[in-house]
Design a protein around this ligand. Structure first.
Ligand code: SF4
Length: 363
């Protein structure tokens, strides 16, 4: 089918999406032009910050692609103190970031639940309730999600990484701790509790096909997500999946496929929030601004104290691990102005999709 005809459609079929993922030359330009137009119409030029605090690289899981997996013994483990986390949150507040994102490896214990709950209260207190808070700390029981929601977190990001169960099994250990169904159940619980709910996938994984990627986008649309965070798969030397590098697309192709995925989801879900992932920059120095131009509207400047950043490498060549929080902010400001967009300070920048979804529920 002609790409123009596809781009005019209200909904895409799997075949339409695969066609768009394969687009090249003029067709690829048309795809990106369309997604940029949709972004301009529904989101405008604005980009919002989420000050990212990677507060612990301790994880109880062993995902086969991840640099901070439990089984990686070549890694110095760290956990920020409460005081360090609160100082980072105060930095975000004082610099009018609007929101922070608290991210860590996945640990399910009563101690972690209470600690995060307590921190959420303190962050709300130090910012007069003004800092928005996104959590990204993995699978937990619904009751735990509820406690954190009541303590002030209002967005939650849990990446499913792939929605093809058989591919999921190939990139995770085959045991109860890495259960595909539980991950989807968690996503559903978060949505039911009232969080702005986000997910995403890795692009260019070994064994992954365009059919899988099209299925991922259809899943996100059907699930009615509010936020999306997708990035290219980048190998980490100390992981089991490194032995599958023979199956991989070259990094430049993984990068291009990621841009196409962002463009297509922007056209499909016009008013969601889409992150310009740092992993894009690991492949292309201008990766994040390219993503912003064609559809992304959220940036996550890293405000984790600099000395810990080198130990939070989910993948190799992670950029900006030796920058300070101030460096990160000015670098991103320059990048955003290059992409002809403007950073909005002092606003949460909530997903417009969420607002509409909520109204739909209550009307
Ligand atoms: S991907 Fe997440 S849950 Fe899996 S090992 Fe890495 S930090 Fe832990």
């Amino acid at each position: 089918m002609e790409i123009n005809t596809v781009l005019e459609k209200d909904t895409f079929s799997k075949e339409d999406i695969i066609g768009l993922l394969l687009s090249e030359g003029e067709e690829r330009t048309l795809l990106f032009r369309k997604s940029a137009e949709v972004k301009k119409k529904y989101i405008g030029k604005k980009v919002w910050f989420r000050g990212l605090i990677e507060f612990s690289n301790v994880c109880s899981k062993d995902c086969l692609y991840c640099g901070i997996r439990k089984g990686n013994k070549n890694l110095k483990r760290f956990s920020l103190s409460d005081e360090e986390i609160l100082i980072a949150a105060k930095f975000a507040y004082d610099n009018h970031y609007g929101s922070i994102a608290l991210q860590s490896g996945e640990v399910e214990t009563n101690a972690v639940t209470s600690r995060i709950e307590n921190l959420l209260h303190k962050i709300k207190e130090l910012s007069n309730g003004e800092l928005g808070i996104t959590l990204s700390v993995g699978e937990q029981e619904p009751e735990v999600y509820r406690r954190w929601y009541e303590a002030g977190a209002h967005r939650y990001l849990i990446r499913v990484e792939t929605t093809n169960e058989s591919l999921y099994r190939k990139i995770h250990p085959d045991n109860k701790k890495h259960d595909f169904k539980r991950r989807l159940d968690c996503l559903k619980s978060l949505q039911d509790i009232g969080y702005q709910t986000g997910t995403g996938v890795m692009i260019g994984l070994p064994y992954q096909t365009n059919d899988d990627l099209a299925g991922d986008l259809l899943f996100m649309n059907e699930f009615n997500i509010d936020m999306c965070g997708m990035g290219p798969y980048i190998e980490h030397a100390d992981t089991p999946l490194i032995s599958s590098t023979g199956n991989l697309l070259p990094p430049a192709e993984r990068f291009d496929l990621t841009l196409k995925m962002i463009a297509i989801i922007r056209i499909m879900m016009k008013d969601i929030n889409i992150v310009a992932a740092t992993a894009l920059q690991a492949i292309d120095p201008m990766g994040r601004e390219k993503a912003i131009k064609i559809g992304a509207n959220i940036l996550m400047p890293n405000i984790t104290p600099g000395r810990y950043r080198d130990s939070y490498k989910l993948y190799d060549n992670k950029p900006c691990t030796d920058d300070s929080a101030e460096d990160c902010q000015s670098c991103l400001e320059a990048r955003v102005s290059l992409a002809d967009t403007e950073i909005v300070y002092g606003e949460w920048g909530d997903s417009k999709h969420y607002e509409k979804r909520r109204k739909g529920l209550t009307e």
